[in-house]
Design a protein around this ligand. Structure first.
Ligand code: SAM
Length: 293
């Protein structure tokens, strides 16, 4: 992993807090003591000795993707594809305005935020102050230009999905128009779960635009509905995420922002304008309650 300082404000991203541990109430321990017998050797079982069994939260319950559905048309290393910076916006202004409104609504001021698969622009509302925003991506030049990041790091999650970040150190994790490039999404979602604090939020947003050759086959071959369901399943396959919430704003629906330019109809007539980008977000929280086996 390359750790790259951006400027005087940007220092290497180091694990910031120790793993969160849960304390359990006396009443739970008393109840477990009453109902759980000793084992065959007469030793107290974990519950009988007042110790709850270890939490299975964050466990990958099942794999969502088959090996074939993880394949990309362009099998060259991702680091080559992202080796030069792209200072472009990947979706239209209406999509980005909807996303910024969503972040304003769901990411509390003062939060510690991880912007996963980020680039040179931040979609967080400018006027809101956060405690810390950490960026991750594939191109250091892009990330260095992102004005919102306190730290950033470069890492290919398809080669190594583990995040070198402390467990329970973020209130919010964001992933914008990028989830389609993950070849091991189950591992990455488990890692996001690990680095979130209990109650923390993971917001995954996407549209219908993509680097086609770099998207996994399950995404390329999927319908809009299927892609939403795929992300829902990524959440469902991790023990301990809350039920996923889906937000859709489709062109023509009341929520979608449309350009009012008088030239739009001419561009559309000439086939030069595809219409506004549809907006999808799938959102879930890390459960507050630990999950016991
Ligand atoms: C379409 S860009 C989106 C960038 C940014 N989230 C935004 O909203 O502008 C896709 C991003 O996915 C990330 N990405 C693609 N493949 C990746 C990989 N193998 N590992 C980690 N990140 C990857 C890169 O950071 C790239 O900038």
């Amino acid at each position: 992993m390359l750790v790259a300082p951006r400027n005087h404000r940007h220092r290497p991203c180091l694990p910031s807090s120790p793993t969160t541990t849960h304390k359990h109430s006396t009443s739970l321990r008393i109840r477990n003591t009453i109902i759980t017998p000793d084992d065959a050797n007469g030793n107290k079982t974990a519950a009988a000795s007042n110790q709850p069994t270890p939490s299975s939260a964050g466990r990958i319950k099942r794999l969502v993707l088959s090996p074939e559905s993880r394949i990309k048309l362009n099998a060259l290393p991702d680091r080559d594809f992202y080796s030069f910076p792209r200072f472009v916006k990947h979706v239209d202004d209406g999509f980005l305005a909807t996303l910024t409104d969503l972040y304003r609504d769901r990411v509390r001021p003062g939060s510690e935020v991880l912007d996963l698969m980020s680039s040179w622009v931040s979609h967080l509302p400018e006027e809101v102050a956060y405690k810390r925003v950490v960026g991750h991506g594939m191109n250091a030049q892009e990330l260095a230009r992102n004005p919102r990041l306190d730290y950033f790091f470069v890492k290919d999650l398809n080669r190594e999905p583990r995040l070198e970040l402390a467990a329970g150190s973020f209130d919010a994790v964001l992933c914008t128009v990028s989830v389609q490039y993950l070849q091991q999404p189950e591992e990455v979602f488990a890692e996001v779960f690990r680095v979130l604090r209990p109650g923390g939020i993971f917001i995954v947003s996407f549209s219908n635009r993509l680097f086609y050759e770099k998207a996994i086959s399950a995404w390329r071959d999927g319908t809009a509905y299927g892609r939403v369901q795929l992300v829902v399943q990524y959440f469902q396959c991790i023990e301990g995420f809350t039920e996923a919430e889906i937000i859709r704003k489709l062109p023509g629906s009341s929520g979608a922002r449309e350009s009012k330019s008088p030239f739009d109809w001419i561009f559309r007539f000439l086939g030069l304008l595809g219409g506004p980008d549809p907006f999808y977000a799938v959102i879930a929280h890390k459960n507050f309650k630990p999950v016991y086996e």
